[in-house]
Structures are given as C-alpha cells and as structure tokens.
Write a protein that binds this ligand. Structure first.
Ligand SMILES: CC(C)=CCNc1ncnc2c1ncn2[C@@H]1O[C@H](COP(=O)(O)O)[C@@H](O)[C@H]1O
Ligand SMILES: [Zn+2]
Length: 356
C-alpha cells in the first residue's frame, strides 16, 4: 500500500505490530474480493476506508466497522481476510504480529464464537506452513458494549484456547466504542483473565471522559495500554494516572494516523507519543486499523520519525525496543532480537568498506 510514498528504510526496517484489529486491517484488494462475493449488499469501497487527509467523527468510524462486518460473516470470509492481512503485514516487513479480533456469532451461517477463533488460528497456521516470514499470535477481543456476561464468556473461551493453541492465543483485548459502557462492569472478567494467565491489552482513555475508568483499570494492572490518549496531564489527564503507568511500567501502543483521522488528536505534532517517548517510557508504534485508516506500519514509523524528528538510529531502537513489549515468552524475544541483529547491516546498507 502506498509504496512510493514511504522510504525504503522504513519498508526494510524489521517491525513488531502489537495493535491490529483484524477487521479494521482489511486492505482494498481484499475488500474488492468481498464485495464481489456479496454484490447484493450494495457496499461501495468508499464506505470501508478513510483516505488521505480525510477525518471522521468517532461515531462515523465505528459505523465503518459495521459495514465491514456485513462483508465478513462466514468462515470462508474470515479465513481469507485473516490470511490476506497476515501476508500484507509480512510484506510490509512485520516479523512479529499480535492480531486481535472480536469473536462474532452468525446465526444464519452457523458460525460460533469458538469456530470464529478456530478459523483465525487456521489462517495463522496456514501462513506458517506456506513459510510466510512472520510470527503471528492472537488476542481475543472483548467489545465493551456487550457487558459483563459476554465478557465472562469471552474470558472462558480465551482461556480454553490459551491452553490448547500451542501458544498462539496469548491474551485479551478490551476495545469497542469508548463512549459506550463502563470498565467497572468488566473488571471481574478482566481480573479472572489475569488470574488464569491471560495477558491484557486494554484500550484506555481513548476519549477524554474516561479518567475514572482508567484509574480503576490501571490497578489490575493491564500488561499493555491501547492509545492512552488522555492519560498524560498535557492531554487533560493527570499525574496520578501517569504515575500508575510508570510504576507498573506498562507499555503504550500508539497509533498516530488512527488518532488523527478519528479526531481524538488534532494534529500529528500534538500526538501524545512525544510526552511518553521523551520520558523514555515504552512506546510502541502500531497501526490500529490499517485498512480503515489507509495506512501500514512502515508509514506509521515514517510519520513518527518526520513528526518528531527521529534519526534512523532512533527509529531502529524504537522498533527493536518493541520486542520487549510482546506477549510471547522470552525465547521468542531472544529469537527476534537475533533477527534484528542479523538484518541491521542490510537495512542500513553497511558495506565491508564502511568500516575501513
Ligand atoms: C473509531 C476509531 C477512531 C477507531 C480506532 N479505535 C478503536 N477503538 C476501539 N475499538 C476499536 C478501534 N478500532 C477497532 N476497534 C474494535 O475492533 C473491531 C473491528 O475488528 P474485529 O471485528 O474485532 O476484528 C471494532 O468493531 C471495534 O470493536
Ligand atoms: Zn484499537
């Protein structure tokens, strides 16, 4: 996607993607295939992606997911979408990917939440057997709008898969429209998940009105934070919230284009990346929804670099340090670090003569 706009350095940079919603990551070519499978839905491409320079309200963004969900509602669709998304991340230089998705039940196609997760796992295994150069793991998502009971049910499902998927299912994501529902209703489910060894990545303070909820959920504490846009005092948050994040050393997953296109951040230069990065706090650049926001991870790294004036060495360190924030075990971290060491001369185009 948009190859000619991104410098080769960012394409070749090995990358770790930790915040990618499956159905938000569907590319134009895949959407075309889905539309041709379901012409009766009368869905046009303009309804599934937000182009360059365009902005939408948060509400409008969540409408986009509804349209995509209409297009992706059978096992066959999910398998195709997941396989395409994984291969696209791999083609963009992503070496380790944690995909997240909300299991949906589709009564008329016979799809259950269990078979939804099984299908994503099948796609992951299929890509692996084809030799696609990427390590993919899965986080089961809880949509906050669905409340306590569904959250509990999802935790149980995630736990079963964590025990039976050979390390592919690592944890849970809490996402969905941040203006709907309250975290306090989900706390028991999240606590239970944590107790049984599931890792937690929670969307926190994506909108300004969630300070009390964030304060509550930070006490769990989560293993990673999605966005955390309004936690920092400079963004309208508080020092108390920052102190909790720092005390527990909770990495932030930061998605520049998503926040600007969704209008929770006015300009790239206002993005909270700058506050956390300056503090030396673990900050991981991610895409959120590469399809919906018409971006990819290389582009997001380049955007961070150009906005905040980061050198190639600083960008390298940013992508390298993301390895420490993955949910897979230490052995995987070590393998990835070896890969980064091996690839560095290629990415920086060192030659034998450079050292003479
Ligand atoms: C509106 C906007 C700016 C979006 C970016 N920020 C987001 N915040 C919260 N939940 C999200 C976001 N992007 C995607 N999701 C979640 O991911 C789902 C789509 O992927 P999936 O069906 O779970 O595979 C959405 O329905 C929503 O529940
Ligand atoms: Zn997200």
């Amino acid at each position: 996607m948009m190859d000619n706009e991104v410098d080769v350095f960012y394409r070749e940079l090995p990358k770790v993607e930790l915040h990618a919603h499956l159905n938000g990551s569907v590319s134009c070519p895949t959407i075309e295939k889905l539309i041709s499978r379901k012409p009766h839905l009368n869905i046009g491409h303009g309804m599934t992606a937000i182009g360059k320079g365009q902005r939408r309200t948060l509400d409008e963004c969540f409408q986009v997911f509804k349209v995509i969900h209409q297009l992706v509602d059978t096992e066959e669709d999910i398998l195709m979408v997941a396989t395409d998304v994984i291969k696209e991340f791999a083609a963009d230089g992503v070496k380790y990917l944690e995909l997240r998705s909300t299991p949906r039940e589709e009564k008329h196609t016979g799809l259950t939440k269990k078979s939804y997760i099984e299908t994503v796992i099948k796609a992951i295994k299929q890509c692996k057997s084809e030799g696609v150069d990427i390590d993919v793991r899965f986080l089961v998502a809880i949509d906050r709008r669905n409340g306590t009971e569904v959250a509990m049910e999802t935790v149980k499902l995630a736990e079963d898969f964590m025990l039976s998927s050979d390390g592919l299912v690592l944890g849970l994501d809490l996402s969905g429209d941040p203006t709907v529902g309250h975290g306090k209703d989900l706390l028991p489910a999240l606590q239970k998940a944590k107790n049984c060894g599931l890792k937690l990545s929670l969307h926190l303070s994506e909108v300004p009105s969630q300070l009390e909820e964030s304060d509550l959920l930070l006490d769990l504490p989560p293993d990673r934070i999605g966005h955390g846009t309004f936690l920092h005092p400079a963004m309208g948050g508080s020092q108390g919230l920052v102190d909790k994040v720092v005390k527990h050393n909770i990495p932030l997953e930061l998605c520049l284009t998503s926040n600007v296109k969704g209008q929770t951040v006015a300009r790239y230069s206002d993005h909270h990346f700058k506050h956390w990065y300056q503090m030396g706090h673990p900050s991981v650049i991610c895409t959120d929804d590469k399809g919906v926001f018409s971006t990819d991870l290389s582009q997001e790294y380049q955007l961070a670099a150009s906005t905040f004036d980061l050198s190639h060495e600083a960008v390298w360190k940013l992508s390298h340090d993301a390895i420490d924030c993955i949910f897979a075990p230490d052995t995987v971290k070590q393998q990835l670090k070896q890969k980064w060491i091996y690839l560095k001369p290629q990415v920086f185009h060192y030659r034998e003569t450079d050292s003479l």
